[in-house]
Write a protein that binds this ligand. Structure first.
Ligand SMILES: C[S@@+](CC[C@H](N)C(=O)[O-])C[C@H]1O[C@@H](n2cnc3c(N)ncnc32)[C@H](O)[C@@H]1O
Length: 222
């Protein structure tokens, strides 16, 4: 029997870990803390927005949608975001969160700029889809001795484990026609193994590090 159970109540779908007393995992966007964060979100205050260079109409491909917190911030700031997610359970949580938020006064316009594509990002990138920015936030192994990740990310780590194909995802993204590729990593730890170019910019805070890469082929070049 699996320790994880996907279920639904009046607040929508959730993932329950029967071996853990942590509250169930939901993608729900209508959460006071998230609404407060969005209310304060700006192109300068949110590191993800600075790394992506968010602006109205910018086309962002979020290859690793997860709970879509980063995507929601970018969409709230005016970006058109395509969200790629390969885990069927995460797809279900996300689709539910998007549907529930579409009529919300504050979130509705942002959610209308978010499109969920239930797919593996590598095959989607291989299909030649064009965006201005490719954004990656894969699951990295936790570095030994570092403070344990908390809350929903802790849940995701237990449920999904580590994304072992991150090198390939980044390599594929760097071959896309786009203006920039942004990789989010934990501030400490989470090394990549492949021989990749150096990032052209790095934005960091206490928890995260956003590395900006220049793709091999820029938008408009053949
Ligand atoms: C760390 S979470 C992303 C968190 C997200 N940025 C947020 O703000 O909530 C990583 C997610 O990316 C997904 N993922 C990893 N590699 C992927 C791939 N190649 N294609 C699609 N989804 C992928 C995982 O299933 C997981 O849900």
């Amino acid at each position: 029997m699996s320790r994880f159970r996907l279920a639904r109540d009046e607040q929508g779908y959730y993932l329950d870990d029967i071996f853990n007393r942590q509250k169930p995992l939901r993608a729900n966007f209508i959460e006071p803390a998230l609404l407060t964060r969005l209310g304060r979100a700006g192109k300068k205050s949110e590191l993800v927005a600075r790394a992506v260079r968010s602006e109205s109409g910018l086309r962002v491909l979020d290859c690793t949608a997860g709970l879509a917190r980063d995507s929601l911030i970018l969409a709230y700031l005016g970006c058109q975001v395509t969200l790629c997610e390969r885990s069927p359970v995460m797809q279900c949580l996300l689709a539910d969160a998007l549907e529930r938020a579409q009529d919300h006064e504050m979130l509705g316009p942002a959610v209308s700029r978010m499109t969920l594509v239930p797919s593996d990002a590598i095959s989607m990138l291989d299909s030649g889809i064009e965006h201005d920015v490719v954004y990656l936030d894969p699951m990295f192994p936790e570095k030994e001795g570092s403070a344990a990740v908390r809350g929903s990310m802790q849940y995701l780590q237990r449920f999904l484990g580590v994304d072992e194909d991150t090198d390939r995802l980044l390599e594929t993204a760097l071959c896309m026609h786009c203006d920039r590729v942004v990789l989010k990593r934990p501030a400490k730890g989470g090394t990549l193994h492949s021989e990749l170019p150096e990032p052209i910019h790095v934005f960091k805070n206490r928890n995260s590090r956003f590395e900006v890469y220049s793709p091999i082929r820029k938008t408009g070049q053949s």
